[in-house]
Each structure stands twice: as structure tokens, then as C-alpha cells.
Design a protein around this ligand. Structure first.
Ligand code: TYD
Length: 219
């Protein structure tokens, strides 16, 4: 059986990840591809407990390194328990954030060196990485305005504009280096964002179906 593809969806706050994830799920359903939808930090019972610690705004003393290691602890469990088994069974995995978020948040924004994160990435998960990454990109002020109307803020959402500008630049820098990245202009309307997502994903879907011996319903 042909292994599934691993898709990650990335971006800073208020970029419209939830809406875009729903549309990606729709594209896969329309193509008749089975998929697992998951998220980071979290995605496993153990990982969700780590997520609670990471997001809890009462944890004001957490060091940047503790934060990074907890992200990777949750991720190591997630990869072995959920992601790899699903891919092996031929399902696609759509993940709300993955390692690029650690490079953007703990790296570019908190200031931990890329080389340090890369070392941990290699040790924790042999640098296992997505086949395709969708980066939803929007002006930070616009994103923060959108995210601001969501009620109580978690430990990350409490950060300021400068922090999220660094996060954005962190993602954009990686997008220049790794071919798997596809930048989506998330400042556009939902219809336009969806059409950009379809342009990115449909060729990959068709290609995968062809090589897995299946074909799309509409060719
Ligand atoms: P998420 O629930 O996806 O938040 P949002 O809805 O704002 O996208 O993710 C929780 C927070 O965790 C988010 O603020 C980004 C942060 N994060 C990191 O700092 N590093 C990481 O490696 C990951 C996966 C997430």
C-alpha cells in the first residue's frame, strides 16, 4: 500500500487556520482520501496533557528551553503513536502545526538558536518532517485583531506584536529554504484563500491518487 502524505498547516495568530483546515479536509473527502486530522502541541492523550501545561498562563516561570523540550516531548509521542501509523496505513495526516512552529516561536521569537532546535529535532524524531507545508501568512496586526476577539488569552496569545512579527518572519525564512512550503496570502477573502489552497493541494492529490493506483472521480 502506498503511504499517505503528511501535511502541516502553519501560521501565527489569527491567520485563519481553523477555516483553512476545514477546507483541506473537504478537498481530501471530495477526492475519497482517508485522513487523520490532528494538532500540536497535543494529538495524543499524553501530548494533550503537555499542551495544557504549555498553554496555562499560570506557568509564568517556564523557561524557553523547558517550553521547547515540552513541545518536542509531545511531538515525539505524536509521531510514533499517531502520525507514522496513519501514514503507513495509507491515510493522509493533516496536522495543525508541527516542527516549523518550534523554529518560529521558540527559535525566531524566543531566541533559541536554530542549531539547538535542529539537534533536538534530530534526537527526538530523526528530523521527521511533513511532505507539504501550508503557511498561512498575514500582516501581524491584522492577525492579532482577528485573534483578539476570542476571549481569554493563553500563555502564547498574551505575547505582543513584536513577538508575533518575529514568529511571522521565522516562518517566512523557513519557507524560503524548504521546498515543501507553500505560502498562502491569508489576508484575502475565504473564497480566495480556499482557491489558493486548492491550487496547492489538488495537483498533489491527483499525483498521489495516480501513483496509488486510484483515480479521482472527475479525472
Ligand atoms: P494552537 O492551539 O494551534 O494556537 P492557535 O489557535 O493560536 O494557532 O497552538 C497553541 C500555541 O502553541 C500557539 O500559540 C503556538 C504555540 N506553539 C509553539 O510555540 N511551538 C510549537 O512547536 C507548537 C506546535 C505550537
Amino acid at each position: 500500500m502506498k503511504a499517505g502524505l503528511f501535511i502541516s498547516v502553519e501560521g501565527a495568530e489569527g491567520v485563519g487556520k481553523t477555516t483553512s483546515l476545514a477546507y483541506i479536509h473537504q478537498l481530501l473527502e471530495d477526492a475519497g482520501i482517508s485522513y487523520t486530522s490532528t494538532r500540536e502541541p497535543g494529538g495524543t492523550q499524553l501530548g494533550e496533557k503537555i499542551r495544557d501545561i504549555l498553554l496555562d498562563k499560570k506557568n509564568t516561570q517556564m523557561t524557553d528551553m523547558t517550553e521547547l523540550l515540552l513541545m518536542f516531548a509531545a511531538r515525539a509521542q505524536h509521531v510514533e503513536e499517531v502520525i507514522k501509523p496513519a501514514l503507513k496505513q495509507g491515510a493522509w495526516v493533516v496536522c495543525d502545526r508541527f516542527t516549523d512552529s518550534s523554529f518560529a516561536y521558540q527559535g525566531a521569537a524566543r531566541g533559541i538558536a536554530d542549531e539547538t532546535i535542529e539537534l533536538i529535532n534530530k534526537a527526538a524524531l530523526a528530523a521527521f518532517s511533513p511532505d507539504l507545508t501550508v503557511l498561512l501568512d498575514v500582516d501581524v496586526e491584522v492577525g492579532m485583531q482577528r485573534a483578539g476577539s476570542r476571549g481569554e488569552l493563553d500563555r502564547f496569545e498574551k505575547e505582543d506584536l513584536i513577538f508575533f512579527e518575529k514568529v511571522r518572519q521565522g516562518f517566512l525564512t523557513r519557507a524560503k529554504v524548504y521546498e515543501r512550503f507553500n505560502i498562502i496570502d491569508a489576508s484575502k477573502s475565504i473564497i480566495e484563500v480556499n482557491s489558493q489552497l486548492a491550487n496547492v493541494l489538488l495537483p498533489t492529490i491527483r499525483d498521489w491518487l495516480q501513483h496509488s493506483g486510484q483515480s479521482t472521480q472527475n479525472g
